[in-house]
Design a protein around this ligand. Sequence first.
Ligand SMILES: C[S@@+](CC[C@H](N)C(=O)[O-])C[C@H]1O[C@@H](n2cnc3c(N)ncnc32)[C@H](O)[C@@H]1O
Length: 327
Amino acid sequence: MSRLVRYCRGLPRFPNPPPVKPQLLALNLSTTSSTAENVTPADRMAGPPPIRVDLTESAGRGVFASRRIGAGELIHTAKPVLCHPSLSSISAACYFCLRKVISEGQSPTFCSRKCEDSAKVFYDVEKKADWSEFDAYCRSQGLKYPQMVKRLACQVISGAASAELLDILQPASVSAEMALMMEEGYGSLRRALSGANIPDGKTTFLSREWYYGVLARIRINAFRIELALSSYEDLLSSAAACVEAEAAVGNAVYMLPSFYNHDCDPNAHIVWIENAEAKLKALRDIEADEELRICYIDASLDHDARQTVLLQGFGFKCNCPRCLSGD
Ligand SMILES: C[S@@+](CC[C@H](N)C(=O)[O-])C[C@H]1O[C@@H](n2cnc3c(N)ncnc32)[C@H](O)[C@@H]1O
């Protein structure tokens, strides 16, 4: 069981409201007792991250600083529990870690032997099926998240992941229109796997409810991965490619970063340098017990545009101080 799942076991799953006092649900990811005054650079590099997951007053669970965190400090890193390159980046990003690669063909490619070996279990399952109908459905509807469900399904069949992997995350509410679209994807995924000669019993988890539940959680919690440019050559090739290509290399879901709430004037941000491993960094000094929030959208949008994007894209009315002030 992962460390986060262990720490979060006492937390409620949405949409059920917590019946007990928030303090009783306090989680402390840090086992050290360091304070802002006695934290050395070595402390910062070692040990658990200086955060805890706890209930907020009005945005469900959130991430709080367990000590003072300095501006620019790397709060923690996180590896994805699930990721997938965008269909337009299949031959331009590692099929496992999303690092940029240069490849001629249209088939999945890996940046290293290590990534190829790590992907082997689920990729062996994936290769048994014909995904042409499923891919055509995603392409025609412009959908990226069903590809992540497909990967999770292959991971579960291979034994590399649990079918309940994402259950702890908050799901989006599903409209009738979304359900209709999901139904098509679910049918297509089932057809692909039923022709793949997978032993009986390995796909019993693959119910309609499972498919809908996973997609609803990915919708709220997936991050769009845009890698930071690392060299002058990258800058030049990016400038040349940006007209036709999508900037994102893919999408990923993490555990701990999924508990960060949104703020239109955030005190933390998430960055990707080389691959899908995320880095959470402080944008300014953060006091102990202050909530850490990142920005899910383009903060330069005006008030009404931000509210619309957050409501339509993430299903919530933003209650951050900036929005409440009308800015
Ligand atoms: C990625 S989750 C963050 C963790 C979540 N609070 C939980 O308990 O799992 C995003 C959800 O948190 C809530 N949320 C995040 N930021 C918010 C904000 N600024 N105002 C209101 N709700 C917010 C919304 O319900 C949103 O759909």
